[in-house]
Design a protein around this ligand. Structure first.
Ligand code: G16
Length: 541
């Protein structure tokens, strides 16, 4: 055992989803150790506890895990459960924490951000419920990281993480487990696997793009081996340290290969993709894109087809910038719909308290009470189970939904890597102008309400302020502005646009066209070009 001195770091404040930085930042002397020891210092019950450790396999994953294990052993942890080769998707890690009644776990990933030596790395601590740590805990870890003077570490050789089984590491046992087994077993419990198998046996074809990220082995086992989807269903299925040089981000821009495969005559019936750590999802039908907001609404409306939900849904939740399509389903079902700040942790308290069964975000995240993270493959299986029960195509199912609940047309414009000063000035100006908006007109539209979203958690009473500027119009349209919490260079401005069409039949316009006026209005109102020097967004989804 050794005690090493360290230096406080002032840049270890976690963002929306843990600490995310360039690999070069993480590789500075003592940087990772500083964060891990700060977490250990702030956790209660560490002595004798079980910890889960794993990540998405990106560059620096293995080296970081070896350090964490030596530090865990030196800090009194009695068992570390690690995925083989250091691999665990984020939802699989959440499941393992819950199943093993662990104190929590470290999940190593920068999610959908690019990887490799010049890419990003990240780490977050998830607690005993399997979900991201509360803001109170992450703030306290951050505070500790600014005063810490040393860390405890064992001085030992790296251990072999490729062989399943138990290995002693000083006083601690390291248990290397199959990363897929427990997760696949959980999926078997939730879904009508026989119905999905019958769907594939009947000739239904799909493509799943694992984007050379963590879900490849999970998707092969579940879709190809267990459900009988044909070999080759999973593309880009081998996890690579640099994701093949791509952004492992399942959206229309970064999953362009999949989008092309799903278009035109002879295309498969269904397409899906997941991200770096396996918690995001994108859903496509033949020549048809399902926005994440619509996906949540359609799944909620059809959840009764899935064995896990036959007892009905307790409630729904969506992040504030996610469209209000889910609210309309909740109203029709007579159940509550909660609006939370961006960040999966806000769903955790609602799920733990049994207030909601399904939740989702516009940022390609959908999930339920089965774990405490969003879950990409689970969302794909939800769709497959619903399609198997309803025997409709993806497009037919969504259009049926629009006929019943109306169509909430949705789009997001991202301005990436803009100067932080300009982005902050833009938000400050928007905030300063909020009070004058309600009751006035903006671009010929009557403004109903305008505010900077704040949230009081209905379970633990915690308060989150300044979560994004939202302007709601009398006709149901909405513009939301917020700065991303997951970027690693400069600031990313996100502008979220939505319009409601109660009766879309016969005039189904493409979302970009239907939202064009609102997009211009949003850009002008915020002075985006003036503050950022950008005339157009980098990514439109
Ligand atoms: C993370 C959080 C999500 C959140 C997203 C927002 O996703 O887990 O709950 O919606 O960030 O990102 P931003 O702040 O950039 O809009 P992930 O998949 O990156 O872990």
């Amino acid at each position: 055992m050794g005690f090493q001195t360290t230096v406080p770091f002032d840049d270890q404040r976690p963002g929306t989803s843990g600490l995310r930085k360039a690999v070069s930042v993480f590789r500075q002397a003592n940087y990772l150790e500083n964060f891990i020891q700060s977490a250990f210092d702030r956790l209660t019950g560490l002595e004798g506890a079980t910890l889960v450790v794993g990540g998405d396999g990106r560059y620096y994953n293995s080296a970081a895990i070896q350090t964490i294990l030596q530090m865990a052993a030196a800090n009194g942890v009695s068992r570390a459960v690690v995925g083989r080769d250091g691999i665990l998707s984020t939802p699989a890690a959440s499941n393992l924490i819950r199943k093993r009644r662990a104190l929590g776990g470290f999940i190593l990933s920068a999610s959908h951000n690019p990887g490799g030596p010049d890419g990003d790395f990240g780490i977050k601590f998830n607690g005993a419920n399997g979900g991201p740590a509360s803001e109170v805990l992450t703030d306290s870890i951050y505070a500790r990281s600014r005063e810490i003077e040393g860390y405890r570490i064992r001085d030992g050789a790296d251990i072999n993480l490729s062989r399943l089984g138990e290995i002693g590491l000083g006083p601690m046992v390291v248990e290397v487990v199959d990363p897929v087994a427990d997760y696949a077993a959980l999926m078997d419990e939730i879904f009508d696997m026989a119905a999905i198998r019958a769907l594939f046996a009947g000739g239904f074809r799909m493509v799943f793009d694992a984007m050379h990220a963590v879900t490849g082995p999970y998707a092969r086992e579940i879709l190809e081996n267990r459900l009988g989807a044909g070999p080759g269903t999973v593309i880009n299925g081998i996890p690579l340290e640099d994701f093949g040089g791509h952004h492992p981000d399942p959206n229309l821009v970064h999953a362009a290969e999949l989008v092309a495969m799903l278009s035109g005559e002879g295309a498969p019936d269904f397409g899906a993709a997941s991200d770096g750590d396996g918690d995001r999802n994108m859903i496509l039908g033949r020549d048809f894109y399902v926005s994440p907001s619509d996906s949540l609404a359609v799944l909620a409306a059809n959840a009764h087809c899935v064995p896990h939900f036959t007892g009905g849904l307790k409630g729904l939740a969506r992040s504030m910038p996610t469209s209000q399509a889910a609210d309309r389903v909740a109203a029709a079902l007579g159940i509550p719909c909660y609006e939370t700040p961006t960040g999966w942790k806000f769903f955790g308290t609602l799920l733990d308290a049994g207030k909601i069964s399904l939740c989702g975000e516009e940022s390609f995240g959908t999930g339920s009470d089965h774990v405490r993270e969003k879950d990409g493959l689970w969302a794909v299986l939800m769709w497959l189970n619903v399609l198997a029960a309803r025997r409709l195509s993806v497009a037919e199912l969504v259009r049926e939904h629009w006929r019943t609940c109306g169509r909430t047309i949705y789009g997001r414009h991202d301005y990436e890597g803009v100067a932080t000063e300009g982005a902050n000035a833009l938000m400050a100006e928007l905030r300063a102008g909020l009070a004058a908006l309600p009751g006035s007109g903006l671009g010929g539209r009557a403004v109903a309400t305008a505010d900077d979203f704040s949230y009081t958690d209905p379970v633990d009473g915690s308060r989150s302020e300044r979560q994004g500027v939202r302007i709601s119009f009398a006709d149901g349209a909405r513009i939301v502005y917020r700065l991303s919490g997951t970027g690693t260079s400069g600031a990313t401005l996100r502008v979220y646009l939505e319009r409601y069409q109660p009766d879309p039949a016969g005039h189904e316009t493409a979302a970009t066209e239907a939202l064009a006026d609102l997009a211009t209005l949003a850009a002008e109102h915020a002075g985006i070009a003036r503050h950022t020097g950008r005339a157009t967004p980098d990514v439109v989804t």
